[in-house]
Design a protein around this ligand. Structure first.
Ligand SMILES: CC(=O)SCCNC(=O)CCNC(=O)[C@H](O)C(C)(C)COP(=O)(O)OP(=O)(O)OC[C@H]1O[C@@H](n2cnc3c(N)ncnc32)[C@H](O)[C@@H]1OP(=O)(O)O
Ligand SMILES: CC(C)C(=O)C(=O)O
Length: 521
């Protein structure tokens, strides 16, 4: 039987995540995120870099003073001032940890730090020892470890462990490495650092080549037991390894990855939402695990498969990560949807449709998808109601075509082509002082019945700029009031449909034994 290894989750949303260009969290916002990270069950919260500003010092302090279950840490350069500031900020947390770093790669040593190898070792050792006078737990990071000579990496790691570091983090700072290379670095360190069993190894991967999650997993497959990652994968440049992707990959592919974490997966969606909202970094729709399309299926063949057995196309249940069935929008109805999914949606409204009504509704739905990217539940309900209240079995007015033009003198011309209940095509043109006024005047003048408008309302159905327009009218015919409703992409078409709907309801009532559809008569 394979042993299961416990992996510690070190969340750096509030430190590396906040290094995302344009993100600037105040201390209350950072605290809200920290509280959510604690609910999510992360083992370590990296709350910030206290020496970087007074604001970040105060934020780290507030988090350290408040958070009790997760361990709170903060970043510091190998400088006494940075370490002292971190201590002042962290001293009230039950299990404080300092995270100090120094770059080890040739390019950083030569051009950025202007230090040789020995200076990098000596500075790191001295500052780990100093940190140890203040903190029980010292994490040391070899910045740009993945571009560092392996023998030098092994040498410096042995020295800092000897000085008191108990967590050794090996970042792929610039997101350059491949999973094979990153895994090989951990294997090399595990095999070539004599005192490595006195420390735990940690991954910290950036996503410049889109391999941060794969690299982090390669790290734990080769000896690391801590993963540094961030919610929604935010962080410097292309970001860090996404916490939610690692957590769910380890869970869903437990057969391939024998690891556990302390994370409460059901808090993933909420964590993602809080971070997206407070940082202003919205999540791309197709983002794995938490993107709005992650559980949505649009094409008819996929939807049919989903209805027959969800596992045909779904490897993760949205409920696993706290995505509600409603927001999962599992069967997204759009241009590529088929009859099975449409029928399923109709059923969810508890409306009975005959086979003919269903076919007519499906036809109208497909026609709508040619104009509208996202067809909402409201749109579909409107289509169903149109069908349910349709007067197609009686003679009625059919609006064939219309247009409305603005004239130079401020007048509006409306032209309509209608087929009458007797089946005759007729056209009429009028001018009026506004679009709806002119259109309704043309309709009133073309009807054999004498009608007048009592009430007119216009609203939008569904969201987005391509939402449907819905118009409701009440008209008076022969002393009786009839209501009408019309939906269309265009507000004038919806208005015309509503008027004809009311007139046709009158015609229906004339044919019925009881005028069931007249209102307030
Ligand atoms: C890979 C990472 O993510 S590392 C973390 C990066 N995060 C941040 O930098 C965010 C917070 N940073 C800041 O607010 C500022 O950079 C500060 C306050 C830390 C420092 O600001 P300044 O003193 O103005 O220095 P500046 O940022 O311009 O340059 C960095 C200096 O630190 C030095 N340095 C860089 N890393 C380290 C280190 N690990 N230990 C010691 N010194 C370091 C640089 O060599 C440079 O030194 P120099 O001034 O002698 O050339
Ligand atoms: C400071 C270290 C951990 C870092 O953020 C990096 O190397 O990317």
């Amino acid at each position: 039987m394979t042993d299961i290894t416990d992996i510690k989750i070190f969340d750096t949303t509030l430190r590396d995540g906040e290094q995302s260009p344009g993100v600037n969290l105040n201390k209350q916002e950072k605290l809200e995120i920290a509280k959510q990270l604690e609910r999510l069950g992360v083992d370590v919260i990296e709350a910030g870099f206290p020496a970087s500003s007074e604001g970040d010092f105060q934020a780290v302090k507030l988090i350290a003073d408040t958070i009790k279950k997760s361990s709170v840490t903060a970043l510091a350069r190998t400088k006494k001032h940075d370490i002292d500031r971190a201590y002042e900020a962290l001293k009230n947390t039950p299990s404080p940890r300092i995270h100090i770093f120094l770059a080890t790669s040739p390019i950083h040593r030569e051009f950025k730090l202007k230090m040789d190898k020995q200076q990098v070792i000596d500075t790191s050792v001295e500052m780990v020892k100093y940190s140890k006078t203040l903190f029980n737990e010292v994490e040391w990071s070899a910045e740009d470890a993945s571009r560092t000579e392996l023998p030098f990496l092994a040498e410096i790691i042995e020295a800092v462990i000897e000085a008191g570091a108990s967590i050794i983090n090996l970042p792929d700072t610039v997101g350059y490495t491949t999973p094979e290379e990153y895994g090989e670095m951990f294997r090399y360190v595990s095999e070539n650092v004599p005192n490595i069993n006195q420390a735990i190894l940690s991954t910290h991967c950036h996503n410049d080549l889109g391999m941060a999650v794969a690299n982090s997993i390669a790290g734990i497959e080769n000896g690391a037991t801590q993963i540094e990652c961030s919610i929604n994968g935010i962080g410097e440049r292309a970001g860090n390894a996404a916490l939610e992707e690692i957590a769910v990959a380890l869970h869903i592919r437990g057969d391939a990855y024998p690891y556990t974490t302390n994370l409460n997966l059901q808090e993933i969606k909420r964590s993602s939402d809080v971070v997206a909202k407070l940082t202003g970094m919205t999540v791309q729709p197709n983002k794995a695990i938490i993107g709005r399309n992650a559980y949505a299926h649009e094409s008819g063949i996929h939807q049919d498969g989903m209805l027959k057995n969800a596992e045909t196309y779904e490897i993760i249940s949205p409920a696993l990560v706290g995505v509600s069935a409603d927001s999962a929008n599992t069967l997204f109805l759009g241009k590529h949807s088929g009859r099975h999914a449409f029928k399923d949606k109709v059923k969810s409204f508890n409306v009975e449709l005959s086979d003919e009504e269903l076919s007519a509704a499906f036809k109208n739905f497909k026609a709508l998808t040619d104009h509208k990217k996202e067809v909402t539940d409201d749109d579909i309900y409107s289509i169903i109601m149109e069908i349910k209240t349709d007067a197609s079995n009686i003679e009625r007015y059919v609006l064939d075509n219309f247009y409305v033009n603005y004239e130079q003198d401020g007048q509006t011309k409306a032209h309509i082509d209608v087929v009458t209940p007797a089946g005759e095509p007729v056209s009429h043109e009028v001018t009026g002082s506004g679009s709806v006024e002119a259109l309704y005047k043309a309709i009133q003048e073309i009807l054999s019945e004498s009608t007048n408008l009592l009430d007119y309302q216009l609203s939008s159905v569904g969201g987005g700029k391509d939402a449907l327009a819905e118009s409701r009218v009440q008209i008076n015919i022969n002393g009786q009031k009839f209501s009408g409703r019309g939906t269309a992409q265009d507000v004038l078409a919806a208005s015309a449909n509503a008027y004809f709907n009311a007139v046709n309801r009158y015609l229906m009532s004339e044919h019925a034994t009881e005028p069931a559809i007249s209102v307030n008569a």
